[in-house]
Design a protein around this ligand. Structure first.
Ligand code: LLP
Length: 427
């Protein structure tokens, strides 16, 4: 986050506030999110893509009512992928026409609520769903704007579980073999639908622009085929999210203007070659906007040195507030933030308090050898897919998200309580 600093005396501050005071006020573990950084990233994406494109923030990365308000104020649109995300978006005042609904198995209820709310777009993922959306829209007396999700067949260089453009997977309809073209054919015939474009999302945590460029080229290729076959020029393409961020100093992320420039150049060139008008472009960054804006603050509970192996540092959270290390072998860094230390570095593994040996937050890290119970340590870049994938495993209470900035801090999502857990038990 841009507002974390360590002064000459070694005090770490966030948005001007001493991290030790934040821990006292909000407890640990907790996520601290820099609101100004979030807004600055929104603006950077808007400015990079300009007025002829739309930026849809991917709500799955992290969503709350406050976040929806910030997005609205900064001129972003919102991609939701469930009824829950849709409700949050609408409850916080995001205009329905700026919302896109995603998902490979949207329920009839989710489709109906989206159509009735008047969402700007539904991204359709299957032949069956085309018919389903068309029926719901007709019953509601409207035509729903839809895009068709296609798989372009590129190999994104990322973890298998978060790569989504190869054909053998659950999302989208493949361009190769003609299913995507067949979906267009069917969509154009359905009265309840207004087919506005094609959607491709190639995966997540991607560092080079070439996969996006191949996707853009193939999607424009489909638009040209559609024009040749049906005499229709679809007005929109969406190239999804997926831009990587720096979790450790080894990562070298692209900036929004780099990806915007690369995509625009490809789309314009390919459209010119095919004699197509340039469609309206949209993208769906999640991680790149919220990921770097937050860190997780933990308190060290025990320090166990295994001679000749390493030191296990147990914190008061773990896989319930950050599943990414266990699930994707994700790498994080960690720092002691409650004091300075001149002790030599020791090879450490930061682990949680859950009943699983895979409950690892940071697999390999160097922490000062005098690390002790009560020290506070911070794990940066936990704004995306940590709180949103948090669980109550072992009846853990999910941590709060605290927005910091301008010398103030306020919870935008409060900490869960044991009453919250018990409230769900009805037996
Ligand atoms: N658009 C679509 C259609 C998506 O499926 C996703 C992510 C995004 C946009 C946003 O991607 P981003 O810019 O945030 O990479 N839980 C995993 C990531 C799964 C992403 C799923 N879809 C993780 O923690 O890395």
């Amino acid at each position: 986050s841009r507002t974390v600093a360590r002064d000459a005396a070694g005090t770490v501050t966030v948005g001007g506030l001493d991290v030790k005071h934040l821990a006292e006020e909000f407890g640990t573990p907790a996520y601290f999110l820099d609101e100004e950084d979030f807004r600055a990233r929104c603006r950077a994406w808007r400015e990079a893509f300009g007025p002829d494109a739309d930026v849809f923030y991917a709500g799955k990365a992290f969503l709350s009512r406050a976040v929806v308000r910030w997005l609205h104020e900064e001129g972003l649109n919102l991609d939701v992928c469930s009824g829950g995300e849709l409700s949050t978006a609408l409850a916080a005042g995001m205009p329905a026409e700026r919302i896109a609904l995603h998902g490979n198995n949207k329920s009839l209820d989710e489709i109906t609520r989206a159509v009735e709310a008047g969402v700007g777009r539904i991204v359709v993922d299957s032949f069956q769903e085309l018919v389903r959306v068309a029926h719901v829209a007709q019953a509601a007396g409207t035509r729903q704007r839809v895009q068709i999700r296609v798989t372009v067949g590129v190999e994104a260089h990322t973890h298998e579980f978060i790569a989504t453009a190869h054909e053998d997977q659950k999302f989208g309809l493949p361009l190769a073999g003609g299913q995507a073209a067949e979906a267009v054919r069917r969509a154009l015939k359905l009265d309840g639908l207004e087919l506005v474009g094609v959607h491709s999302h190639i995966g997540s945590q991607i560092f080079d622009t070439s996969g996006f460029e191949v996707a853009a080229r193939r999607v424009v290729g489909l638009l040209a085929e559609v024009r040749d076959e049906h005499g229709v020029e679809l007005p929109e393409i969406d190239l999804g999210g997926g831009l990587g961020i720096a979790y450790t100093s080894d990562d070298d992320p692209r900036e929004p203007h780099e990806i915007a420039g690369a995509l625009r150049a490809i789309v314009e060139r390919e459209c010119a070659a095919a004699g197509l008008a340039v469609p309206r472009l949209s993208v769906e960054p999640g991680r790149a906007i919220v990921g770097p804006t937050a860190f997780t603050l933990y308190e060290v509970g025990t320090v166990k040195e295994l001679p000749g192996l390493r030191t296990y540092v147990s914190v008061d959270g773990g896989m319930s507030d950050n599943i990414r290390t266990a699930l994707y072998d994700a790498e994080y860094s960690v720092a002691l933030v409650s004091r300075t230390s001149t002790a030599p570095p020791m090879l450490s593994r930061v682990v949680g308090k859950h009943c699983e040996s895979g409950d690892i937050v940071v697999r390999d890290a160097f922490l000062p050898a005098d690390l002790a119970p009560g020290d506070l340590i911070a794990v940066p870049a936990t704004g995306a897919y940590c709180r949103s994938m948090a669980s109550n495993y072992n009846h853990a209470l999910r941590p709060p998200v605290v927005a910091v900035g301008d010398g103030t801090a306020r919870a935008i999502v409060r900490r869960e309580t044991e009453e919250d857990l018990l409230r769900l038990d009805v037996g």
